[in-house]
Design a protein around this ligand. Structure first.
Ligand SMILES: Nc1ncnc2c1ncn2[C@@H]1O[C@H](COP(=O)(O)OP(=O)(O)OP(=O)(O)O)[C@@H](O)[C@H]1O
Ligand SMILES: [Mg+2]
Length: 233
């Protein structure tokens, strides 16, 4: 028996989904989808409405478990972990940004950014302030989300997603509720910050203008990734 040559041990992907299958009742939404995001890599996912982009993100984020297939974060299989352990791993490994910012309205901007690190007992005000400065929100630390514009709120959500030094940021239409100029600005900030931090990004977007910020783009169609770039608009 020949053995594979000993190769240099490589860093595991920041995020990996292997042969993910998910169905809701009789409807099979994902038919064996595999994807890997390397540390520092930005991957965009596009596809028509209803093609399963959010379903895939929920599986990769461990918010739901696949019917079959595996999810790994930074080399560790997590879909088979219990809910509590998986939540701990999620807090340490993942940043999440959704279309809606999900900021807590009765916490200040700074306290919102501190949430992920406080959960893991590593609250770091210096880092939170630094991230807020890097998304252009210096001086707004003590403001409440209610007085911020939509773009500003989403920039807080971006800072919050990176607060705990995640291996990867999962973003589901993070700019979907913003106008065009703000959408581009927020997407660019997210990608630049993640690159500076060495975090991977998986960015779900309908917006072709945002895929230019990605290293590569995957198209979801009929429950699988396709090489073609169909016209979804
Ligand atoms: N919890 C659920 N129960 C039943 N059906 C679901 C559930 N979540 C998603 N679906 C169905 O799975 C399909 C894919 O939904 P999903 O939200 O993943 O699509 P999407 O690509 O994110 O669409 P959009 O671009 O509109 O956000 C849809 O037909 C949806 O109705
Ligand atoms: Mg969706």
């Amino acid at each position: 028996m020949t053995r594979a040559p000993t190769s240099v041990r490589t860093v595991p992907p920041a995020l990996e989904g292997r042969a993910l299958v998910q169905a809701f009742g009789a409807q099979t939404v994902l038919r064996g989808v595999s994807v890997a995001v390397q540390p520092g890599e930005v991957v965009a996912v596009t596809g028509p409405s209803g093609s399963g982009k959010s379903t895939l993100l929920h599986l990769l984020g461990g918010l739901d478990t696949p019917q079959s297939g595996e999810v790994h974060w930074a080399g560790e299989r997590v879909d088979s972990l219990g809910t509590q352990l998986r939540a701990q791993r999620r807090a340490a490994q993942l940043g999440l940004v959704f279309q809606h910012h999900y900021l807590l309205e009765d916490l200040t901007v700074l306290d919102n950014v501190l949430i992920p690190t406080r959960l893991s007992g590593r609250g770091d005000g210096v880092r939170a302030r630094d991230l807020l400065a890097r998304v252009g929100l210096s001086g707004r630390e003590d403001a409440y989300p209610g007085v911020l514009s939509g773009g500003e709120r989403q920039r807080v959500a971006v800072a919050r997603a990176l607060a705990a030094h995640p291996a990867v940021v999962l973003a589901d239409e993070p700019t979907g509720s913003l106008d065009r100029a703000n959408a581009q600005a927020v997407a660019q900030l997210l990608v630049n910050l993640a690159r500076e931090e060495g975090a991977g990004v998986l960015l779900v977007t309908h917006d072709d203008r945002l895929t230019r910020y990605a290293d590569r783009t995957l198209h979801l169609l009929d429950g699988q990734f396709t090489d073609e770039a169909p016209d979804f608009a």
